[in-house]
Write a protein that binds this ligand. Sequence first.
Ligand code: IPE
Ligand code: IPE
Ligand code: MG
Length: 276
Amino acid sequence: MFFERLTKLFRRPPEYITVAVAQAQRVSQPAQALPPSRLPRHVAIIMDGNGRWAQARGMSRSAGHAAGTEALRDIIRASDDWGIEALSLYAFSTENWARSKEEVGALMALLLKYFSSEIDELDEKNVRITILGDVDGLPEAQREAVISAMERTRDNTGLKLNIALNYGGRAELTRAARLLAEQVREGALDPEDIDEDLFAQQLYTADSPDVDLLIRTSGEQRLSNFLPWQTTYAEFVFDTVNWPDFDRARYMKCLQVYADRDRRFGGVKSDGEAKP
Ligand code: IPE
Ligand code: IPE
Ligand code: MG
């Protein structure tokens, strides 16, 4: 009994204590391995704050987006190194078309540049690329580049890298309803057979598990139409840095925060303390 109490008191493994101390001291901590059972299977990131990052430096918003692609590289590599199963990145929303022609053009140009410079390495690392969103709404060159990246990496079995481009959560849900309705109209599906699993299979993320951890940079605390179905039970972690300043050390801190959360899914505490 006494020992049970004592182990409850000290039940956190030592690495959590080390990280808590490092966080308190604001020391940049090298990446530490988390126990695999505490690692999220699916991480989603809203990469926000490129514009503010650039503005603070007297640079153009487009220069901020270019700087953001460096952080992107680092975070994809880290996810691969740490054995994350799926990583979903919000790169361009259906609402982002409302930005100036110049900014949209710069983002589209970066997209092309990114795919042509990274695809060889990603393929070599066995990364499987999936685009979340309406690729038909992209300009032709961008559409061809992303479709060819998806086709080239289709059989890869490593990190599932989902890039949300021309993506909107409500558009994704509406599309899923339409796909099911078409199957019903063709006589291939009985409405009685529509359940949550079948619905999830109509989404762009059909091959990935639900999102465990959602990270948003820049201090904003909203979903902005990103993965509403998939994040229903996700843990949210908000970092105040703008996206170009996000790096693998900050990423690891987000993973540590996640690992310390108690996910209950409507049930009771996982360590049995709060039994009914
Ligand atoms: C995120 O940075 C990148 C995209 C939306 C493409 P923002 O461009 O939204 O940067 P802020 O929020 O204006 O600082
Ligand atoms: C969300 O960021 C979209 C991406 C990061 C691609 P926004 O900057 O567009 O979102 P709001 O406008 O602040 O909600
Ligand atoms: Mg923004």
